[in-house]
Ligand binder design. Structure first.
Ligand SMILES: *Cc1c(COP(=O)(O)O)cnc(C)c1O
Length: 359
């Protein structure tokens, strides 16, 4: 089998070791004669899997006791509604920082539930400077997107929101670096970028934010339902939770988040350096705002024909899914935790080889 490096933005590459481990116990989990997919979510075997998944995630992020970890479904997009339904209660107001299309979607959804204000909007290629006095003291929360998957920007410093809970969509960079959970009221992430397969959404919520919803909020959309039942109110995405557990174990074996951060920074630096030195390609994002997870790039003179040829030839060499998001065009390399350094080296070599051929 030829080596393939998958640069998809999501669902995205999973660590090969994790896939191999899942394969080795696919038909019979822990000697049970059953696949994890076939286990009752009420069985002791699965109870151990979900407890381990939570414990490993807590260990990775040093999640304090007053935070609950929830394993939900519905994707990050469902969180766009659940966050305001559960948190926009006291003043029915919230502040949203718009840094890209995902935060724009989150904002639009929140507008259905109360008075929502945009704070510090810049162009889609930047991250605004934010200070505490910019936020409405009556806002029930402030929402940010920590990493903008489509645009390739990221927050490098978290805004100080004072006593207003900070809520983050961290779908595309949770677990890529250490993160101080205590800075947040709530963090959510769809698993399919940096955690596991699609179908699982991880929510980390400070306990005091639970249980304030109105009576009309559907049971399934109330965080408290899931917190009270340890994410087993109804059938959770069992196999996805098992895969996430294996990913968490893989990260811990590697040395945890400070270790993966080093590797992630090395990968991003290699690719950005190559693009910054290229006479054919460029990374359009200002170095101040660059993401280390999603790296959009393009030809300097926007040569769409050449970009199409690049994507096609790259694929023939085993460099998959480099096409940029349809709203941005060009190329995008998503280099989440599971992308090995060698994958970025292979991409860089191909970029240089392509450049020599076309200059
Ligand atoms: C992928 C993504 C989403 C959407 O996730 P779904 O799970 O498909 O709903 C939302 N926000 C960010 C930052 C993303 O990267």
């Amino acid at each position: 089998m030829k080596t393939v490096y998958n640069f998809s933005a999501g669902p995205s590459a999973l660590p090969k070791d994790v896939l191999a481990k899942a394969q080795s116990e696919l038909l019979s989990y822990n000697g049970s004669g059953m696949s994890v997919m076939e286990l009752s979510h009420r069985s002791n075997l699965f109870a151990q899997i979900i407890a381990d998944a939570e414990a490993r995630l807590r260990e990775l992020l040093s999640i304090p006791n007053q935070y609950r970890v929830l394993f939900l479904q519905g994707g990050a997009s469902q969180q766009f509604a659940m966050v305001p339904m559960n948190l926009m209660i006291k003043h029915q107001k919230a502040d949203y920082v718009i840094t890209g299309s995902w935060s724009q979607k989150a904002f639009k959804e929140a507008e259905k539930f109360g008075q929502v204000r945009i704070v510090g909007q810049t162009s889609n290629n930047q991250i605004p400077e934010l200070s505490q006095d910019m936020f409405d003291p009556e806002a029930d929360y402030v929402h940010i997107t920590t990493n903008n998957t489509i645009e390739g920007t990221a927050f490098h410093d978290l805004p100080d929101t004072g006593s207003i809970p900070l809520v983050a969509d961290a779908s595309s960079n949770l677990l890529s670096t250490p993160l101080d959970v205590t800075k947040f009221g709530l963090i959510y992430a769809g698993a399919q970028k940096n955690i596991g397969p699609a179908g699982l959404t991880v929510v980390i919520i400070r306990e005091d934010l639970l249980g304030h919803t109105s009576e009309t909020v559907p049971t399934m959309l109330d965080y408290k339902t899931h917190a009270d039942k340890a994410s087993l109110y109804n059938t959770p995405p069992t196999f996805a939770i098992y895969m996430a557990k294996l990913v968490f174990e893989w990260l811990l074996d590697l040395g945890g988040l400070s270790e993966i951060e080093k590797i992630n920074r090395q990968k991003a630096e290699l690719l950005y350096q190559t693009l910054d030195h290229s006479k054919l390609f460029e990374a359009p994002i200002d170095p101040k705002y660059r993401s280390i997870m999603n790296i959009p790039f393009k030809t300097i003179d926007n040569n769409q024909e050449l970009e199409a040829a690049f994507i096609k030839e790259a694929q023939l060499q085993g460099l998959e899914t480099l096409k940029g998001h349809r709203s941005v065009g060009g190329m995008r390399a998503s280099i989440y935790n599971a992308m090995p350094y060698e994958g970025v080296e292979a991409l860089v070599e191909f970029i240089q080889q392509f450049e020599r051929k076309h200059s």
